[in-house]
Design a protein around this ligand. Structure first.
Ligand code: GRF
Length: 195
């Protein structure tokens, strides 16, 4: 059976991209990582893709460009690369109907909170300012909302008294890097069996 083809979407640092890529390289991810899609020209994740030799596409959204037009441009690339599933690893855009319809139940996102708590861009900061006693990471399917799709996996972390925002960020990212490849692999296996 041909292997599942993945595109990773990211906008920034790309530490999760690297965690996924390392898992892929060491045989822990049976799907094929086909390319990186990045919407920010200056993002560090592009350097990471270059370093490992993975094809990457920088697709910025033009000012005044409709979301559907932007996503049609993305779709063209995804079709050319014969991508089966989309993996959002710090992609800072809300997806619209064009991509959601083209990839129904086939887009996964990682979010640094125990959803439905703290959705949005500043989840770790929000939890810190809220003095949350528990934080964590969620993997979920993507729908049209902001971090609202069906939850696939969650793991908790304890916040210790005296933890700084930086401490929480470090803990969360370490947890993300540990669970993302593993749970992505498990989800893809389940998804391909049921399709
Ligand atoms: C991660 O915390 C992820 O959960 C969120 O964006 C962050 C991306 O970090 N969606 P990085 O770019 O992978 O380092």
């Amino acid at each position: 059976m041909a292997s599942i083809r993945l595109a990773v979407f990211a906008s920034g640092n790309g530490s999760n991209f690297s965690a996924l890529y390392e898992a892929y390289q060491s045989g822990k991810l049976s799907a094929e990582m086909v390319c990186l899609i990045c919407d920010q020209r200056e993002a560090l994740v592009i350097e990471r893709a270059k370093k490992v030799g993975l094809p990457y596409y920088i697709v910025e959204r033009f000012s005044n460009e409709a979301k559907s037009t932007y996503e049609s441009r993305l779709l063209k690339i995804l079709r050319a690369e014969q991508v089966d599933y989309l993996v959002l690893a710090g992609f800072m855009r809300i997806l619209g109907t064009t991509l959601l319809t083209a990839y129904p139940q086939k887009i996964i996102n990682i979010h640094p909170s125990l959803l439905p708590k703290y959705p949005g861009k500043q989840a770790i900061r929000d939890a810190y300012e809220d003095q949350a006693r528990e934080i964590g990471v969620t993997l979920h399917l993507v729908d049209q909302g902001i971090d609202t799709g069906p939850i696939i996996y969650q793991e908790k972390l304890e916040c210790l008294p005296g933890d700084s925002l930086f401490d929480l960020e470090e803990k969360i990212h370490a947890l993300e890097h540990r669970i993302f490849p593993r749970e992505l692999e498990a989800w893809l296996k389940g998804a391909s069996l049921s399709s």
